[in-house]
Design a binder for this molecule. Structure first.
Ligand code: PYC
Length: 334
C-alpha cells in the first residue's frame, strides 16, 4: 500500500518545519495531549517516515493540523519530530502558523490572532502580515519554570558539570560556562551532540522530571549549551540539542522559554525586559515575560508566561509517498 502526504516545508530562523497539510490520520481524544497519545500508539510510523532519512534528516521537525477540541480556539497542533511528539515546539509553532496563514489552511476568528491547542496547553498567537506574507509570529507560551538548580553530572572529556533544569514546554538541562566548560563557541557541534546524548541519559537515570499538572510531560529531553553572543545587541546565545543528533538552528522557542524562566528565578530578568536570544547560526528570537504566575508545584516559587517572537519562510511544496514495499518506509538513522 502507498500512503501520500501533502506537506508544505518551511524553516523558522533556519530550523526545518514540515507541515502535513493532507494525509494526516484522524485522532481521538478530548485534548491534543490525548490525541498525541493516540497518534503515538497507532500512527508513529507516519512521524518516522516523514522525519527520518531518506525523506527527512537529523534535524527534521514538523506538525499536523487538527480542528480544535474547544470551538473557541482556532486549531490544534500535533508536533512530529525526530525526537518523538514533543508536548510543545516553539520554532515548530512559528513555522506552522506562517504556513497555515500564508497558504490559507486556517481562517482566523480574529485578524492577526490565533488560539492554538498544543499537547502542553493553550498557546496564543499574534502575527503580522505584509500582503499575504507573514512577517513575524509571536507566541505566548505555556507557564515556564525553573525545576532544579545546580545538579552535577559527569561529562566525558569535560569532567563534572553543574547545570540547572527548567521547563518551557519541554524539560531542558541548561549548561552555562564554568571551569570545565568554556562556552558553546569553543566546541564543535559534533562534540556538543555526543556529550548531550550521554548527559541526557545520565540525568534521566538519576533525576525524575514530571510536569506537576500533566504526568504525560516527563523526562529531560533537551540539553541547552550557552556561550558568548555573536551580536553585541543580543542578550544571550544557545545551542540546543534534541532528538539523537540535532542542534536546533533556531534559538529554540521552548528552550528560550526555559532559559528565561531560569534567569527570572535567579533575578537576572524581570517583566518588561527584552531577551534577544541567538542560535548556533546567529538567528534570533525576541523573548519577553508576558506574565508572572505561581508555578504548578505549589512551593511558592514563581513561574513566567513567556512570549517568543520569530519569523519563518516557506520553502516548498512536498508530496511525500510512504510505500510499504520500500524497506525504508519508516525511515532509518545511522
Ligand atoms: O523551538 O521549541 C523549539 C524546539 C524544540 C525542539 C526543536 N525546537
Amino acid at each position: 500500500m502507498k500512503k501520500t502526504f501533502f506537506c508544505i516545508d518551511a524553516h523558522t530562523c533556519g530550523n526545518p518545519v514540515r507541515l502535513v497539510a493532507g494525509g494526516g490520520p484522524l485522532l481521538q481524544g478530548q485534548s491534543m495531549m490525548e490525541r498525541r497519545l493516540h497518534f503515538l500508539a497507532e500512527y508513529d510510523w507516519i512521524r518516522k517516515g516523514l522525519m527520518f532519512e531518506p525523506r527527512g534528516h537529523d534535524m527534521m521537525s514538523g506538525s499536523i493540523l487538527y480542528s480544535p477540541v474547544d470551538p473557541a480556539n482556532d486549531m490544534g497542533v500535533l508536533y512530529i519530530e525526530t525526537s518523538g511528539c514533543l508536548p510543545m515546539c516553539g520554532h515548530g509553532t512559528i513555522g506552522t502558523v506562517t504556513i497555515a496563514v500564508e497558504e490559507g489552511l486556517i481562517v482566523p476568528k480574529q485578524a492577526g490572532k490565533l488560539r492554538l491547542e498544543t499537547p502542553a496547553g493553550l498557546v496564543l498567537i499574534e502575527y503580522a502580515q505584509e500582503g499575504k506574507k507573514v512577517t513575524s509570529v509571536k507566541l505566548t507560551n505555556v507557564k515556564s519554570f525553573l525545576a532544579a538548580e545546580d545538579i552535577t553530572v559527569e561529562c566525558p572529556d569535560l569532567g563534572t558539570l553543574s547545570m540547572d533544569v527548567a521547563y518551557g514546554g519541554n524539560f531542558y538541562a541548561i549548561i552555562d560556562p564554568q571551569p570545565n566548560f568554556k562556552g558553546l563557541e569553543h566546541y564543535s557541534a559534533g562534540q556538543l551532540i555526543s556529550w548531550s546524548r550521554i548527559l541526557r541519559q545520565r540525568i534521566n537515570d538519576h533525576y525524575t522530571f514530571v510536569h506537576p499538572e500533566d504526568k504525560n510531560i516527563n523526562g529531560l529531553s533537551h540539553v541547552q549549551w550557552t556561550g558568548s553572543v555573536l551580536d553585541s545587541l543580543s542578550t544571550a546565545r544557545n545551542a540546543v540539542f534534541y532528538g539523537d543528533k540535532a542542534i536546533d538552528r533556531s534559538p529554540c522557542g521552548t528552550g528560550t522559554s526555559a532559559r528565561m524562566a531560569q534567569w527570572y528565578a535567579k533575578g537576572k530578568l524581570k517583566k518588561g525586559d527584552r531577551f534577544v536570544h541567538e542560535s548556533i547560526i546567529g538567528s534570533k528570537f525576541i523573548g519577553t515575560i508576558e506574565d508572572e504566575v505561581p508555578n504548578a508545584f505549589g512551593d511558592g516559587k514563581p513561574a513566567i508566561v513567556p512570549g517568543i517572537e520569530g519569523w519563518a519562510m516557506v520553502t516548498g511544496y512536498n508530496t511525500i509517498i510512504i510505500d510499504d514495499d520500500d524497506p525504508y518506509a519508516h525511515g532509518f538513522q545511522v
